[in-house]
Design a binder for this molecule. Structure first.
Ligand code: NDP
Length: 342
C-alpha cells in the first residue's frame, strides 16, 4: 500500500470446513474519496471474531447478512478519520467503526462512535467493546449468578469468556473455567482469579470437570457446544441458567451432523431440572446500555479488578490465518489485527 492505494480482503469462495487461504483474496484499489456527508477512515485495528466464519456461508445466520462473494469481509475496527466532509467528525478523531477487512473505508457516520483519547485503543474492540459487552449482557440478563453459586465458563481465556468469568467472580460466584491447554488454564486461575480451570483437551476431561464442581453447576456460560456441552449437561443443577452465547465447536460444519439423537436427553434435563437456556445476540442490546457498560468496565480495568488480555497479529494480510487460528483455539485472549501503526 502507498498513499493512493488501499488493500482489502474479499471473500473468494465459501469455505468447506475450516476456512482455507484461497477462500480469501487480497485486492488493491485506489483510496476512495469521501463524498458530501462522508468521512474517510484509516483502519488501525481490526477485530477478528468467530461470527465471521458464519457470515462466510451462502446463507447467513439471520442476525446479519452473509458476505457476498467478491465483497470485503466485514468486521469491527478502530479507525482514524483521515478526511471528513461530515459536520460531526473532524480529521484526526479516533472512532469505533465497521470498516471491515480493508485499509480504508467510507462512512456516512451512522455507525461510528467517537472514542476520544485511549491509551490502548484496541481494547474498544474487546473488553471495552463488543466482546466485553457480550459477557456483561449474557451474565446480567440470563446467567444472573448469586454469591456462592458455581459458574462454569467455556472458552475461558477468550475475549468473551475471560470477562464473563471475572464478572461472575465480582458477583461472589465460584468460577470454573474450561479452556484448551495447560497454559490457558494456569492463566485463568493465576491471573484472572478463577477458582479452577479444566483443560478441555486433557485426559478424562468430563471427570475432572465434575470433580471441580462438587456442588454441580448453577450457571453455564455456553460459547462452544460439542464435547464441552456434553460434559456440562449432567452437572447442571435444578434451576440452572445457561446463556447460549455461541457454539464455536460447530461453526465449521457445513451441514447438520448426523448422529445419535440427543434431543430427548437435552429435553429431559431442561424439563426435570427446570433449566433456563436462552440464546442472545449482543446487537439487540446496544443503545444507552452500552455507554454505561463502557464507563463501568473502563473503571474496573483502571482499578485492576478486571484484566484484559489481547492477542495482536500484525498485518492485514494475516487476517485470514488469524481467523483460522481462532477457530482452532490458537488465540490466547481477544484476537485483533493491527492493520496500521498509528
Ligand atoms: P474467543 O476469544 O473465545 O476465541 C474462540 C475460542 O473458542 C478459542 O480460543 C477456543 O478456546 C474456543 N474453541 C475453538 N474451537 C473450539 C472447539 N472445537 N471446541 C471448544 N472450544 C473451541 O472468541 P470470542 O470470545 O470472540 O467468542 C466466544 C464465543 O462467543 C463464540 O462462540 C462466539 O460466536 C460467541 N459470541 C457471541 C455473541 C453473541 O452476541 N451471542 C457475540 C460475540 C461472541 P479454547 O481452546 O481455550 O477452548
Amino acid at each position: 500500500m502507498n498513499d493512493t492505494t488501499s488493500r482489502r480482503i474479499v471473500l473468494a469462495a465459501h469455505p468447506h470446513g475450516l476456512p482455507a487461504a484461497d477462500d480469501f483474496r487480497l485486492e488493491t484499489q485506489p483510496v476512495p474519496a469521501p463524498g458530501e456527508g462522508q468521512v474517510l477512515l484509516r483502519t488501525l485495528f481490526l477485530s477478528i471474531d468467530p461470527y465471521m466464519r458464519n457470515l462466510m456461508e451462502p446463507v447467513g445466520p439471520g442476525y446479519a447478512p452473509p458476505v457476498a462473494i467478491g465483497a470485503a469481509m466485514v468486521g469491527g475496527t478502530v479507525s482514524r478519520v483521515i478526511a471528513s466532509r461530515h459536520p460531526r467528525f473532524a480529521v484526526g478523531e479516533l472512532v469505533l467503526a465497521n470498516a471491515g477487512w480493508q485499509d480504508h473505508a467510507l462512512s456516512n457516520g451512522d455507525d461510528l462512535l467517537v472514542l476520544g483519547d485511549m491509551a490502548q485503543p484496541s481494547l474498544a474492540l474487546g473488553g471495552l467493546g463488543m466482546t466485553g459487552f457480550t459477557a456483561h449482557v449474557g451474565l446480567e440478563d440470563i446467567g444472573q449468578p448469586r454469591p456462592g453459586e458455581t459458574v462454569v465458563v467455556s472458552a475461558a481465556t477468550g475475549a468473551v469468556g475471560s470477562v464473563a468469568g471475572q464478572l461472575a467472580k465480582l458477583k461472589g460466584a465460584r468460577v470454573v473455567g474450561i479452556a484448551g491447554g495447560a497454559d490457558k488454564c494456569r492463566y485463568a486461575v493465576d491471573v484472572l482469579g478463577f477458582d479452577a480451570c479444566i483443560d478441555r483437551r486433557g485426559a478424562q476431561f468430563a471427570e475432572r470437570l465434575a470433580a471441580a464442581c462438587p456442588a454441580g453447576i448453577d450457571v453455564y456460560f455456553e460459547s462452544v457446544g460439542g464435547a464441552v456441552f456434553d460434559a456440562v449437561l449432567p452437572l447442571l443443577n435444578v434451576g440452572a441458567r445457561v446463556p447460549v452465547c455461541g457454539f464455536i465447536a460447530h461453526y465449521n460444519e457445513a451441514e447438520t451432523t448426523t448422529g445419535p439423537d440427543r434431543l430427548p436427553q437435552v429435553h429431559a434435563a431442561l424439563l426435570q431440572k427446570r433449566i433456563r437456556m436462552q440464546g442472545f445476540i449482543v446487537l439487540d442490546h446496544y443503545g444507552e446500555r452500552f455507554d454505561t457498560f463502557r464507563r463501568e468496565m473502563a473503571q474496573r480495568v483502571a482499578e485492576g479488578t478486571v484484566t484484559l488480555r489481547e492477542d495482536i497479529v500484525d498485518g492485514l494480510e494475516n487476517a485470514p490465518a488469524a481467523l483460522r487460528g481462532l477457530l482452532e483455539g490458537r488465540n490466547f485472549g481477544k484476537l485483533v489485527v493491527r492493520v496500521a501503526q498509528d
